[in-house]
Design a protein around this ligand. Structure first.
Ligand code: PGA
Length: 256
């Protein structure tokens, strides 16, 4: 973390878990437990069906609500899809874009990720752009090039003044939901490569203001060591975000 230049962000990603009826209690509990949180931006990315309840329960608290996906078009004949304007109208502030599960199971490409980043910004949402290599790519030692390319493609055509709205999440696919976390050194190295790429695209000043999160089996026991890396500015948390106490422990580690 480097609080001098950028925000520490802890974002939960519920994925397709929890029920709408469980949302209010969870958010209320998290709100009470994080009331004295000073430094950390707290985001909870819930399924579309939970958004209304989540926004209502989080009103007036430090918790911002995010979505886990959006469609790139402003509106139209896209049955079953949800636009960024619809999310913004509900009070959503963040949206995860390009999660590896969406890339793997739902045909998300670097091009659609880029379109979604544009759409999110246009609607006033803050995109959390997910990047990360497979195990095969890491074993071939090609992870830095892979992540740099994903980043450049995701940011294609994004104006410098929009950069401050963007959050990057480095999530190595081999560490997601596997319990096999990257070492702080590995995460820090990719985090630095991400910042270096941002610097080459937008200049040092803009690049140093971007929060770069780590995601993949982050939990209360490993969060502190991970967040000690200068280019790890927070976490995107799946499994450990489903329990308010465990998410709160990570927030506490980030808020020190
Ligand atoms: P995990 O998921 O914390 O369960 O590994 C992280 C993510 O996919 O965002």
């Amino acid at each position: 973390m480097n609080r001098r230049y950028r925000k520490t962000v802890i974002a939960g990603n519920w994925k397709m878990n929890m029920l709408p009826s469980e949302t209010k209690d969870f958010v209320t509990r998290l709100r009470d437990e994080t009331a004295d949180c000073k430094w950390c931006d707290i985001v909870l990315c819930v399924p579309f069906t939970h958004i209304y309840q989540a926004v209502k329960a989080a009103k007036g608290t430090k918790i911002a609500i995010g979505a886990q996906n959006c469609h790139q078009a402003a509106k139209g004949a896209y049955t079953g899809e949800v636009s960024c304007a619809m999310l913004a109208d509900l009070g959503v502030k963040y949206v995860i874009v390009g999660h590896s599960e969406r890339r793997a199971y739902f045909g998300e490409t670097d091009e659609s990720v880029n379109q979604k980043v544009h759409a999110a910004l246009e609607a006033g949402l803050r995109p959390i752009i997910c990047l990360g290599e497979s195990l095969e790519i890491r074993e071939n030692g090609a992870e830095l090039d892979f992540v740099r390319t994903q980043l450049k493609l995701a940011l294609k055509g994004i104006a410098p003044q929009s950069l401050k709205k963007i959050i990057i999440a480095y999530e190595p696919i081999w560490a997601i939901g596997t319990g096999k976390i990257a070492t702080p050194r590995q995460a820090g190295e990719v985090g630095s490569a991400i910042r270096e790429t941002l610097r080459s695209l937008y200049g040092a000043r803009a690049a140093r203001g971007v929060s770069v999160l780590y995601g993949g089996s982050l939990n209360k026991d490993n969060a502190e060591a991970m967040l000690a890396m200068p280019d790890v500015d927070g976490g995107l948390i799946g499994g450990a975000s489903l329990d308010a106490a465990s998410l709160n422990s990570i927030i506490k580690a980030a808020d020190q």
